[in-house]
Structures are given as structure tokens and as C-alpha cells.
Ligand binder design. Structure first.
Ligand code: 5RP
Length: 229
């Protein structure tokens, strides 16, 4: 990707994240997403903390936890939180029904728990993430290693082509000590149905189809901000 395009995308991610952070209110419990766009939200939150805003964040990954700590954002552990006021997270794809594919960074399980606990679920993206139909981005699925062969065969039975994710020539291991499979289902005609089918496979911890888990998508384009809700 050309440097100018990359810079424009980063600027768009930053603008969308800054807009989302304006929605955070004093004393909110804030779900902290994972990825480059969510990181811009952490930075914007840290700026608001300096101005006197008081919040507690709930990280959706170990990486986000480390970033938030470095920025001085007070944290609550995900496993102890009963409700989150607002979460801000990125996405790999979204459509006009606010259905998402997430998990490019491998944090989909905790991101899904954060979104499920949240009253307001705000997704921040640049315009490259908007699609008419989900599925050009392969669906990340977190699976328990001991069930690996079985789970991969089940994906195939559903018409998916799965590849285990690698990083630096070794199998990618999630924060929960599991594997990620990136599964190509082609363009997905019925995301709700596929989500249910994936949930039914023993050994699948979570999949990257987020259905009914976004209340607002803030997308930055060259022309400004667009909000979908
Ligand atoms: C991580 C995610 C991210 O939100 C998604 O991959 C988008 O990342 P980025 O903001 O870096 O484009 O789901 O698991």
C-alpha cells in the first residue's frame, strides 16, 4: 500500500475513534477494543482523562490492557464486570445491517464478551471496512487446540475453507491459549444462519461474526464522518 494511502487510512481511523470517544460520559465503564483503530480511541480517552474525565476501562485483550496501562487508563478486569456503559472497537468488515466480521487481531472472544456486556456498542472504522455483503474477509474462528482436526472438518462440511493462523512461522496462540482458523466461506448470504451453525460446533470458542453486537458504526471518509445506526 502506498504511504499516502496508509496515512489517509490512519487519519480516518483516528477521526472515527476521536468521534466515538466524545460519546463517553463521566464515570462510564468503557469497553476497550483491540487493533489499530481501537488504539486511537485509547489515545483519545487518555487525552480526555487529562482534562478531568473519570472512567474505568475494560480491556478486550492483553495487548489493549498493556496499551491502556501505559496511557494511565484505570482498568477493571473483564471477568468481574457485570455491565459496560459503552464499548469502542474496530472491525474488519461491516454491512448496512451493522453486522460485522471481527478478529483480524485474534481478540474476537474477549471482544465479543465486551460487546455482549455493553449497553452502547460503537464500532469505529475507515471506509475500507464497509461492504455490501460480508465474507471477502475470512471469518476468524477461535478453537480449542484439542478439537482442532474435528473443528476444521466441520468448517469444510459447512462449505468453508479453513487455514490455521500462523505468526512468525509458529501457530498463532490467542490470549486464551487457543488457535485461530481463518475460514473462507465466500460471500456470506445469511450471516445469522452461519453464526448459529458455527456456534453449534463443539470446540469452537467464538467466531468473528458479530450479529446484533453493534449499535453504531462511525466511519471516517475523505469527505468526513458517516454514522450508521
Ligand atoms: C481484533 C479486531 C479488530 O478490531 C479488527 O481486526 C480491526 O482492526 P484495525 O482497527 O487494526 O483495522 O477485531 O481482533
Amino acid at each position: 500500500m502506498a504511504a499516502a494511502t496508509l496515512n489517509n487510512r490512519n487519519l480516518a481511523k483516528q477521526l472515527a475513534a476521536q468521534e466515538a470517544v466524545k460519546l463517553v460520559k463521566n464515570n462510564d465503564i468503557v469497553g476497550l477494543g483491540t487493533g489499530s483503530t481501537a488504539r486511537f480511541a485509547l489515545m483519545a480517552l487518555a487525552e480526555r482523562l487529562k482534562e478531568g474525565l473519570q472512567i474505568r476501562g475494560v480491556p478486550s485483550s492483553l495487548a489493549t490492557e498493556a496499551q491502556a496501562k501505559a496511557l494511565g487508563i484505570p482498568l477493571l478486569p473483564l471477568g468481574e464486570v457485570a455491565q459496560i456503559d459503552i464499548s469502542i472497537d474496530g472491525a474488519d468488515e461491516f454491512n448496512e445491517e451493522l453486522q460485522l466480521i471481527k478478529g483480524g487481531g485474534g481478540a474476537l472472544f474477549r471482544e465479543k464478551i465486551v460487546a455482549s456486556l455493553s449497553k452502547n456498542r460503537v464500532v469505529v472504522v475507515d471506509s475500507s471496512k464497509k461492504v455490501a455483503q460480508l465474507g471477502a474477509f475470512k471469518v476468524p474462528v477461535e478453537l480449542v487446540p484439542v478439537a482442532c482436526r474435528y473443528v476444521l472438518d466441520q468448517f469444510e462440511a459447512l462449505g468453508g475453507q479453513a487455514q490455521l493462523r500462523y505468526k512468525n512461522d509458529a501457530l498463532f496462540i490467542t490470549d486464551n491459549q487457543n488457535y485461530i482458523a481463518d475460514v473462507d466461506f465466500g460471500l456470506i448470504a445469511n450471516p445469522e444462519e452461519l453464526a448459529i451453525q458455527l456456534n453449534q460446533i463443539e470446540g469452537v470458542l467464538a467466531h468473528g461474526l458479530f450479529i446484533g453486537l453493534a449499535t453504531k458504526v462511525i466511519m471516517a471518509t475523505g469527505e468526513g464522518l458517516l454514522v450508521f445506526e
